[in-house]
Design a protein around this ligand. Structure first.
Ligand code: NAD
Length: 508
């Protein structure tokens, strides 16, 4: 790699012993090291409460990258850039020792004062950390100062706003990188390519040709060992406020004048601002929630949510949400955006279905001079597969081979090959590189966060005023009946129905 592209930077990772740092950050840094974006001039300070030595820390870092099969020499050289500092974020004195180490490493590795802080800790600590970084003079170096922040960003608009005030009193908006790792995924970025590089889609991307849009983020896992955290959050805050609304804004935004951070963000914000903020009555009509019960899938039985470790036995937390968003602008008026997400669903998968309007009559079933039957054709559907497979497909109607004129849905599909998938960078790797390049396109702007909370808060408040009838869907299914009714009453249906495949074979 060209030396000009090699980044000079000191990473300081708060929460260095944690799950996120070990599972995502160290492997991503190693991939950047391998591709040459990070070479000699980078160093990492890991800080957390445990009293580790540099040696222990480096051994852990090496363990976390072992699955990427580095050579011994590669692993040792990479890990030699890592330094550990035991640190309690509430203790002012600790920032002084952190600063001494930071200055030493800056000189040793010639980092030109570039500082990137990664807050891989509970958001409760963000305010404390940033205010100490400033008060203890850690932000006085010559280079850039950036901070990457993990979700959740607040628990509602009010707490998010307070957190934002704390952070922006130290860092300016363009120095803040709010991670939504969905935005680092290859196929999420591909939404823009599909829309803006294909005239057949962009010219039809509106309420004249599109019937409805469906976004599904399905997980087949339960809450695993995150019961304690999840029980306080629930699917609405954990998935809808961030990932789903981000995907929705990319689908709904107007074409930006240029494919740049400033222009894309401006369009995403406008799209979110056009999403209707529901009244409590509208919430009841348009949103449903669910919680999984025990269930049987593929001869394997699963416990209910209330029996999961760390979860209240009478928990009213939702593990499933389905809803209809309405976008009040010229392009989307009248087009429902259906979304759903949940745990312990039939299959893991994130996909988007763009359902196009039907032709006005089914010519193959009509007769001259007689009232036309409603078209019984299958609609044309553009499906974007985000994970676990990546790609897209388009379903069209063709003639079935034979003497009759029966229609047959035909799917034209493109999937990225396993080889391509293996070589695509991980979401965190891409986002880290973006932050090193100072490119905030794939991070969430405060205005997006704020508007997403405003949209979601009224749903939460309405739900909190009513006791749900939980549990209401068996583990292994695609959610409660109400989620299917939601579309049925509009004359639509969920396009992706993995549960049907299992039901047809008596596996569910
Ligand atoms: P974790 O509990 O595994 O790690 C927390 C880290 O914070 C540990 O290193 C711990 O030592 C440190 N810490 C806690 N209190 C401290 C204190 N007073 N002083 C210094 N260090 C302290 O958590 P995690 O799963 O790594 O998640 C970190 C953040 O990332 C959270 O905000 C979480 O919501 C978010 N996140 C995590 C994941 C994930 O996959 N783990 C995914 C998305 C977002």
């Amino acid at each position: 790699m060209n030396e000009m592209n090699q980044k000079k930077v000191l990473f300081t990772i708060f929460g260095a012993t944690g799950d996120l740092a070990q599972r995502k950050l160290y492997p991503s840094l190693f991939r950047l090291y391998r591709t040459g974006s990070l070479a000699e001039s980078f160093a990492v300070i890991g800080t957390a409460r445990r009293p580790w030595t540099d040696e222990t820390y480096r051994d852990i870092v090496k363990e976390t990258i072992a699955y990427l099969n580095p050579t011994e020499q590669e692993a040792v050289e990479f890990a030699s850039h890592f330094y550990y500092q035991a640190h309690d974020v509430n203790d002012t004195h600790h920032y002084d020792t952190l600063k001494i180490l930071a200055n030493k490493l800056d000189e040793q590795y010639q980092l030109e004062g570039n500082l990137l802080f990664y807050l891989a800790m509970s958001p409760n600590f963000f305010g404390t950390i940033v205010s100490h970084l400033e008060s203890q003079g850690m932000l006085s170096s010559d280079g850039y100062h950036r901070v990457i922040i993990e979700k959740p960003f607040g628990t509602d608009f009010e707490t998010a706003n307070k957190l934002n005030d704390e952070i922006t009193s130290v860092f300016s908006e363009n120095e803040i990188y709010r991670i939504d790792h969905y935005l680092g995924k290859e196929m999420i970025q591909n939404i823009s390519a599909i829309r803006f590089a294909n005239n057949i889609f962009e010219s039809m991307w509106n309420n004249r040709y599109i019937d409805n849009i469906q976004i599904t983020i399905a997980e087949n896992l339960g809450v695993e060992d995150r019961g304690g955290y999840y029980d306080k959050s629930g699917a609405l805050k954990d998935m809808v406020q961030n990932h789903i609304l981000q995907v929705l804004s990319l689908l709904a935004m107007e074409p930006p004048v240029a494919f740049s951070e400033k222009e894309i963000r401006a369009e995403k914000i406008k799209a979110l601002e056009a999403v209707r903020i529901y009244t409590p009555e509208e919430v009841k009509e348009n949103f449903v929630r669910g919680q999984y019960d025990t269930g049987l899938l593929n001869q394997e039985s699963y416990t209910g949510y209330r029996q999961e470790p760390g979860v209240d036995e009478e928990s009213e937390t939702e593990t499933f949400v389905a809803g209809k968003f309405t976008i009040d602008n010229f392009r989307w008026s009248g087009v429902p955006f259906y979304v759903r997400t949940g745990k312990r669903l039939t299959e893991k998968g994130t996909r988007i279905n763009i359902v196009f309007k039907q032709v006005p009559i089914n010519l193959f079933k009509s007769e001259v001079g007689k009232k036309c039957e409603q078209p019984t054709l299958e609609p044309n559907i553009l499906t974007i597969y985000i994970q676990p497979t990546e790609g897209f497909s388009l379903s069209l109607n063709g003639k079935e081979v034979g003497p009759s004129f029966d229609m047959l849905p035909i799917q034209m599909a493109y999937r990225n090959s396993t080889e391509t998938m293996e070589n695509t960078p991980e979401a965190y790797e891409k986002l880290l590189l973006d932050a090193l390049n100072g490119d905030g396109t794939n991070f969430t702007h405060w205005h997006e966060v704020a508007q997403s909370w405003r949209i979601v808060d009224v749903i939460r408040q309405t739900w909190d005023e009513n006791t749900p009838e939980f549990p209401n869907y068996p583990a292994g299914s695609m959610g409660p009946d109400a989620a299917f009714e939601l579309l049925k009453k509009d004359g639509f249906k969920w396009i992706w129905t993995p549960d049907q495949w299992y039901r047809d074979r008596n596996l569910l």
